[in-house]
Design a protein around this ligand. Structure first.
Ligand SMILES: Nc1ncnc2c1ncn2[C@@H]1O[C@H](COP(=O)(O)OP(=O)(O)OP(=O)(O)O)[C@@H](O)[C@H]1O
Ligand SMILES: [Mg+2]
Length: 314
């Protein structure tokens, strides 16, 4: 469904006079990622690692500096305007913040019908009710004539999902969809995504900083560090047998029930993507750093079947 090859996104750094400095923020520094149809694939990494940038590129909301993104074999950035429009019918995005993703002046009914109208998809009252009830807002008639301000945060996020589901997309990009909703309804939301994935063969790119969220529903997981994927495997490979020291540290930071959120247990902070360390980009923070790591960038290699890592330890 998605095939990204060597995708780069460099933002020019401007000085206070808004002129270019010749330096770049390397938000994505060569990302290759394939997602099969009907698969839930998570992209996991700390803040600033480039997750949203990748999501925005897949949605064609921004174009890459280099690289190719194909959706169903079609090069996304060579599409003509008209074809891009029909491609957009097949993809929907769910953002982090259910407060800003719904127009406060539109009733729930209008929020749901807007994408249908925009995409010239026929609908009737029955269909709208079914969509709203499919995300657990039952009976639909109790909700359709309310404004977003008259809903709880969880109900708002459900509405945002219903809006995304309304056009029966083939692909959903969910960018931190549960980080702002109450812990008690996170599982609900993730289960809903999984259910739709199973029933309708929906493909999902789930973007999250939380490896626990990713492991809850993903089939495959890619770990992004400073604009590059450092490890990729099916869920069990990442959670049960992580190879990269960075993935191991992310796993250590998953909170134990009752302890609350823990800091990512690695020394130092994620470096600025303007000054990416030479060699392995993780080496300044790595507990297992060797001389080679400071000089030679490790290749992304398949170590076990379907389990890829870029690390000189292997
Ligand atoms: N329009 C822009 N201009 C300049 N730099 C940008 C722009 N958008 C993003 N960046 C930079 O690119 C890097 C990656 O940003 P991105 O939003 O993709 O990270 P992220 O992994 O989604 O982080 P978070 O978990 O905080 O959402 C960051 O260093 C960010 O400051
Ligand atoms: Mg983000």
């Amino acid at each position: 469904m998605i095939e990204a090859s060597d995708v780069k996104k460099y933002y020019p750094v401007k000085n206070t006079l808004f002129s270019r400095t010749g330096r770049y923020v390397k938000a994505l520094d060569g990302v290759s990622l394939s997602i099969d149809k009907g698969v839930i694939h998570s992209l996991v990494g700390e803040t600033g690692s480039g997750k949203s940038t990748f999501g925005r590129i897949v949605m064609a909301l921004t174009s890459p500096t280099a690289g190719i993104v194909k959706i169903d074999g079609v090069d996304l950035f060579s599409l003509k305007k008209k074809d891009l429009k029909s491609m957009r019918k097949r993809i929907q995005i769910i953002f982090q913040d259910p407060y800003s993703s719904l127009n406060p002046k539109l009733k729930i009914r209008a929020s749901i019908t807007e994408p249908l109208k925009l995409n010239h998809i026929e609908y009737d009252e029955k269909k709208i009710a079914a969509v709203v009830e499919s995300v657990g807002l039952k009976p639909a008639e109790d909700y359709l004539d309310r404004f977003p301000g008259e809903l709880s945060g969880g109900q708002r996020q459900r509405t945002a999902i219903a809006r995304a589901f309304a056009i029966s997309p083939e692909l959903i990009v969910a960018d931190e969809p549960v980080s702002m909703v109450d812990v008690s309804i996170r599982a609900d939301f993730l289960n809903l995504l999984k259910e739709t994935n199973r029933k309708e063969n929906l493909t999902v790119l789930l973007i999250t900083h939380d490896l626990f969220v990713a492991s809850y529903i993903s089939d495959r997981i890619s770990v992004l560090y400073l604009g590059k994927i450092v490890e990729e495997s099916d869920k069990n490979g990442i959670v049960g047998h992580p190879l990269h020291p960075y993935t191991q540290a992310l796993l250590d930071s998953i909170p134990v029930l009752g302890e609350g959120e823990r800091e990512v247990n690695i020394k130092g902070e994620i470096p600025n993507p303007i000054d990416i360390p030479p060699g392995c980009r993780f080496h300044p923070r790595c507990p297992f750093v060797m001389d080679k790591c400071r000089q030679v960038e490790p290749e992304f290699r398949e170590i076990e079947t379907g389990h890829f890592v870029s690390c000189h330890l292997y």
